[in-house]
Design a protein around this ligand. Structure first.
Ligand code: ADP
Ligand code: ZN
Ligand code: ZN
Length: 765
């Protein structure tokens, strides 16, 4: 959209003599007004002799906008010399960035995202460039902390009342080089406020410096040599190397069972890439971004940068600049690391590609896998998708979409996969005690494993104590007043919690509906399971891992450390324990209830169940004692569970894809989900209906498009907002996108309503 359309006070087209050749910048506004706007570039911003204010695509500008000519920030996305009537266009007011913020590949990639995910380009840009980079762009100044020599000399005489200050001071004194405040806080395990106190008292010095980035590198690590690959790994590596040596992009699905040595294959492929002076991006799920994971990369490469969402703005800025200057070989990070501004990217790896954390659940609702493929295509490099349980999207691409499939069907060092058996919970003989979660069979298996000195992992994907609070007289279930979801009772707080909005309330002593005095606490959560385990196995130590017990900083590492050292024999928890853990002494894994996700109104319910069982099963049998898995379920005959028991991903995928094809569910069809939400139910309902009406009007007659809804979403009320959804399906995504784009453009959503457009939705609730 150009300004002419907005302010139509323009002279008629035939006044050509007013048109002269000018530099015109196309600008998208930061944060979201849709469309783009043209501005004339005044001469001072066109002077190559003044690079710090030279305007080029990929730098930010400030421009006058709207009737009042309010100055707003935007991104210059294009520059062209055009014959224009300069009086009809406003001028760029200021160039914000002294250097390039976004390289041309990033502009292309974000443009693609804006089109594909139906999200304003400016909003995509704001999401992609870390806020720290935007704020500090152009500076390379870092404030470094040091203990002044006179303080260092009399360190043992310094008396400090606060233990956090003590820790921070001694950590800084012990550090071989100056640290930033964020690094020091990390090292000392404190916040920045004790550091500020130390600064105030003159016990540490701060110097703002233009630093060589090595000074900021993390602690040195023990170097490791590459392992001797086994035959399967070698074949996989050859496929990767062949793809690296060819000029076109190549997608590769690396399907390797748990413990098959996928990471070693990535590492050696990256060595190849780094050998050419290029960089690699490795995406891992947020929860796998542990010090151990990062360590494996640091042990092989000199310059590894880590990017994740818990970093401070300054840390992100620092890494971003290092990467942009070409000082980093390998970037390891969560979802958003796909936007790392590398100079010569050579390879992208996504490990545990099936994980849901690769999809962003706020706008732009992108999936890192798809963005990665777009980036790989535009840079002509390979994309490796590794998993023991590939997403059906990846698997389908490998079967018929041009991706290569490489398999590592065996565990390294010839270790067998564990035996998996189901325990049918419908069999009354299995019940032992009326409310317990551990069947007779599982109890015996645990006894045997523990007696032989093995360790046990128990998975229960429900946190809290009781997962619902119900009146047995009238059936009333206690729901959150802000969400239409049942409350979970938590033992520590003795309160009923909503797991979606954090609402807490004391549990009622009588039924709020029929006033009956008998309230029942039903459903098993991890807290209750912990109590049961402690009662049944009082001779052994047990630890629980879920988001409630893992709140404190470092608690994750502490519990896993105790488990690794054998101080804890039984580890129980939510899906947090299902992934990535590698403990050779775990000889038994028990899945308390494999059905928790199986009956959700989500077409991926079977896939998620398969993944969870297969992944948690992968936690055992990693040592010489072997391992076994018991899966408790009410549906032992369900195909997802049967396939997981046999470690048979290919037949699970084949059966599941047949079903998806029948209903045209992704990846056998395309889907867009619209969610309308707002505080008043009637207005939400009316808006959804009006949108559906708009959609009907723009549906092309010759295309088969299925419109489901409008209907209340599976979670009909969340944080005081009512939610309605419309789901659109078709064979191809393009036709859905254009339908939604047209319908939305023609309908003004009421101010109190939020409309979320989710292309390729992952969350169906
Ligand atoms: P995956 O990522 O497939 O689950 P990992 O790469 O984590 O597997 O490997 C599992 C374990 O096997 C790791 O401890 C790793 O060091 C080891 N390993 C991998 N490849 C080899 C090999 N070729 N020889 C010996 N050990 C290996
Ligand atoms: Zn009641
Ligand atoms: Zn709630």
């Amino acid at each position: 959209m150009s300004q002419q359309h907005l302010f139509d006070t323009s002279p008629p087209e035939w006044e050509v003599d007013l048109h002269t050749q000018r530099q015109v910048a196309t600008v998208v506004l930061a944060g979201g007004a849709p469309g783009s706007y043209d501005y004339v570039v005044p001469a001072p911003f066109c002077d190559p002799g003044r690079p710090e204010r030279l305007l080029e695509p990929g730098r930010r500008v400030r421009v006058p906008f709207g009737r009042g000519n309010r100055l707003v920030e935007g991104y210059c996305v294009e520059l062209a010399t055009q014959a224009v009537d300069a009086r009809r266009l406003k001028e760029i007011a200021q160039v914000v960035d002294a250097t390039l913020l976004l390289a041309p590949v990033m502009l292309r990639l974000t443009r693609w995202m804006a089109d594909y995910y139906l999200c304003p380009w400016g909003q995509v840009l704001e999401a992609v460039v870390p806020a720290g980079v935007r704020k500090l762009a152009g500076t390379r100044q870092v404030t470094l902390l040091e203990v002044p020599p006179d303080v260092a000399e009399r360190l043992d005489q310094v008396s400090l009342r606060s233990s956090a200050q003590c820790k921070a001071l001694s950590a800084l004194a012990a550090s071989p080089r100056p640290l930033t405040a964020a690094q020091l806080a990390d090292t000392a395990g404190c916040s920045t406020s004790p550091i500020q106190q130390l600064l105030k008292r003159g016990l540490i010095d701060a110097k703002t410096k233009r630093v060589s980035t090595d000074a900021l590198d993390e602690v040195a690590v023990q170097r490791e040599l590459p392992l001797q690959l086994n035959q399967d790994q070698q074949q996989a590596l050859q496929v990767l190397q062949a793809a690296l040596d060819q000029p076109e992009a190549q997608g590769i699905v690396l399907h390797g069972v748990t413990g098959s040595g996928k990471t070693e294959v990535y590492l050696q492929a990256i060595e190849h890439v780094v050998g050419f002076g290029r960089q690699a991006i490795v995406l891992v799920p947020e929860i796998s971004l542990t010090p151990q994971t990062v360590q494996r990369f640091r042990a092989r490469f000199d310059a590894v940068a880590v990017l994740h969402s818990h970093q401070t703005a300054a840390q992100r800025h620092h890494h971003w600049q290092r990467i942009a200057r070409g000082e980093v070989q390998v970037i390891v990070g969560a979802r958003s690391a796909i936007f790392a501004p590398t100079c010569h990217l050579g390879l992208i790896v996504i490990d545990e590609e099936h994980e849901s954390s690769f999809k962003q659940d706020s706008a732009p609702r992108y999936h890192a896998r798809d963005v990665a493929w777009e980036r790989a295509r535009s840079e002509g490099i390979p994309l490796v998708l590794g998993s023991a349980t590939p997403s059906l999207e990846a698997w389908q691409r490998a079967r018929q979409g041009g991706f290569r499939l490489v398999s590592l069907p065996r565990r390294v060092l010839g270790l067998p996969l564990p035996d998996v058996m189901t325990v049918d919970l419908r069999d009354p003989g299995q019940a032992r005690g009326s409310t317990g979660g551990i069947s007779r069979h599982l109890h015996q298996a645990m006894q045997a494993a523990l007696r032989e000195g093995g360790q046990v992992i128990l998975l229960l994907n429900r946190r809290g104590y009781s997962t619902h609070i119900q009146c047995p007289a009238c059936g009333h279930v206690l729901n959150c007043p802000h969400c239409e979801l049942s409350l979970t009772f938590h033992k520590q707080s003795s309160k009923a919690h909503c797991h979606y909005c954090d609402h807490q309330q004391p549990p009622p002593s009588s039924c709020p509906d029929c006033l009956s005095q008998s309230i029942r606490y039903g459903g098993l959560g991890t807290q209750r399971l912990e109590k049961e385990v402690r009662a049944r196995f009082s001779d052994y130590a047990c630890a629980r891992m879920d988001t409630d017990s893992m709140q404190a900083r470092g608690s994750h590492e502490r519990v896993l450390g105790a488990f690794r050292r054998g101080e804890v024999q039984i580890l129980l928890g939510t899906q947090m324990i299902a992934k990535g853990l590698d403990f050779p002494n775990v000889t038994l894994v028990g899945v308390i209830n494999a059905d928790t996700a199986l009956h959700l109104p989500d077409f991926r319910a079977g896939e998620r169940t398969f993944q969870l069982v297969a992944q948690v099963a992968g936690r055992t049998g990693r040592g010489t004692q072997g391992g076994r898995v018991l899966v408790q379920t009410l549906s032992p005959e369900h195909p997802a569970i049967r396939a997981a028991v046999r470690h048979d991903y290919p037949s699970f995928a084949a059966e599941e894809l047949t079903q998806r094809a029948q209903f045209q569910y992704p990846p056998c069809g395309a889907m867009i989900r619209l969610v309308v939400r707002g505080p008043r139910e009637q207005i939400v309902r009316d808006t959804a209906a009006a949108l559906a009406e708009q959609l009907q009007q723009v549906l092309p007659a010759d295309e088969k498009i299925r419109v489901v809804g409008p209907a209340p979403a599976a979670i009909p009320k969340l944080r005081n907002n009512y939610r309605f959804q419309i789901q659109l399906q078709a064979a191809e995504i393009q036709v859905l996108r254009s339908v939604v784009e047209q319908a939305v453009a023609q309908y003004r959503v009421p101010a109190e309503i939020t409309l979320a457009i989710d292309v390729d939705p992952w969350d169906m609730m």
